[in-house]
Design a protein around this ligand. Structure first.
Ligand SMILES: Nc1ncnc2c1ncn2[C@@H]1O[C@H](COP(=O)(O)OP(=O)(O)O)[C@@H](O)[C@H]1O
Ligand SMILES: [Mg+2]
Length: 375
């Protein structure tokens, strides 16, 4: 079966690596030459909205997916009319707009922080009344890895002027003002849903993953989440993500990020695709998020999400790591994306998997010492 993937970055590459053993073939739509996925299949080199490129990409394809969130809405719509696009254009459009995303969560009874939209300077006064500082101002669209955000603390100037300055700095584009959440931890739930002809739908969940960010970029993921000894947070996350997937009739892998607070989970955002906080599943689970995503997109049965004990993943960001030093660490599995060094750029990740979280403490400390970030 040939699957079309919009985007040829590292997630496309990992989808390719997971799918080739199952006999999947790949066609990527990607404007830049020499992309990380280039060796895993055919590449249609064209901008994402180029009609001629889209025609060539969609030719003879029955199934397509995407590996990044900012696929133009028209492209997703055009593809949906010609083939099975999963996750759907609707799920994509919700994830592209932080207001639509939080409104969807709230309407489904999934807890979210207070938020207000700001599309013009005139809306700032009303927004700060609804969402007092401390708060986070974020662009509604196109933000990733903490980009397009400003944390606003209570200061000497009044709240409206603080927000106005930040809104000007972000380019006066439509924004969302959210309450700052004093979280004790961040976690994500990676889940997958497939429609099986004749058998309804099936859903599988990975263990709750705990995530640490540095400068807005994911630094480390641990699964199962150490902050959830009782398993209650995982249970609550599964219930929320199930509600979300069923209401969207979702197909494929989804990642939902939550803040852990004294009052329980607060949903922050969703990614309608395979996710960095699920990269450990390649080494730490019976079926990786990448393989399960492809199975779901291709209407095949899902694979087991059972894990081989505990896993830790650390991202390699900015500069090329010294591969041989990393490989000296027992249990270290190195994944490089074939990208050149650049500050703030994700170049690869390392996974450690062992029978217990305790067994990973020493190799994790060694890995953390080795991995320098160039932000
Ligand atoms: N409302 C908030 N309160 C506290 N911290 C936040 C809030 N929003 C975002 N953050 C921090 O910034 C990180 C990135 O923000 P996020 O909304 O996930 O955007 P993206 O991952 O798309 O850049 C979060 O993982 C969290 O650490
Ligand atoms: Mg995020």
């Amino acid at each position: 079966m040939k699957i079309g993937v919009v985007g040829g970055g590292q997630l496309g590459r990992m989808l390719g690596l997971a799918g080739l053993p199952l006999g999947f073939q790949f066609r990527f739509l990607e404007p830049s030459a020499d992309c990380p996925a280039a060796r895993l299949g055919e590449v249609i080199r064209a901008p994402y909205h180029d009609m001629d490129g889209l025609e060539r990409f969609a030719q003879d394809l029955s199934f397509a997916t995407y590996e990044f969130e900012n696929v133009p809405a028209e492209t997703a719509q055009w593809l949906s009319e010609r083939l099975t696009l999963a996750p759907t254009a609707r799920a994509l459009s919700i994830a592209q707009d932080r207001i639509a995303e939080k409104t969807t969560f709230r309407d489904l009874g999934i807890p979210v922080q207070n938020f207000a939209g700001i599309s013009s300077a005139g809306e700032i006064e009303a927004a700060v009344l609804k969402v007092p500082l401390p708060a986070v101002l974020k662009t509604r669209r196109l933000g990733y890895d903490g980009k397009g955000q400003r944390v606003l603390r209570v200061g000497s100037t009044d709240a409206a002027s603080t927000v106005r300055t930040a809104w000007n700095e972000l380019g006066k584009v439509p924004c969302i003002l959210e309450s700052f959440v004093a979280f004790s931890a961040e976690v994500s739930m990676i889940a997958v849903r497939a429609r099986n002809p004749g058998h309804g739908a099936s859903i599988a969940f990975y263990p709750l993953t705990q995530n640490e960010h540095r400068d807005g970029i994911l630094w480390k993921s641990q699964a199962p989440a150490p902050c959830d000894q009782s398993g209650e947070l995982a249970e609550s996350a599964r219930a929320h993500v199930r509600t979300l997937m069923e209401s969207l009739d979702y197909v494929g892998v989804i990642a939902v990020e939550f803040f852990v607070t004294d009052a329980g989970l607060v949903a922050n955002e969703m990614a309608p695709r395979v996710h960095n906080s699920g990269h450990w599943t390649t080494d730490g689970a019976v079926t990786s998020q990448f393989e399960n995503h492809l199975r779901a997109v291709g209407t095949m049965p899902l694979g087991s999400t059972e894990c081989h004990g505990a896993s830790v993943m650390i991202n390699l960001v900015g500069r090329s790591p010294i591969a041989s030093r990393i490989l000296e660490i027992p249990r270290a599995k190195l994944h490089l994306y074939g990208k050149g060094p650049r500050p703030g750029r994700k170049l690869g990740h390392v996974t450690l998997t062992g029978p217990t979280a305790h067994s990973l403490a020493a190799p994790t400390a060694e890995l953390e010492r080795l991995v320098a970030w160039d932000l």
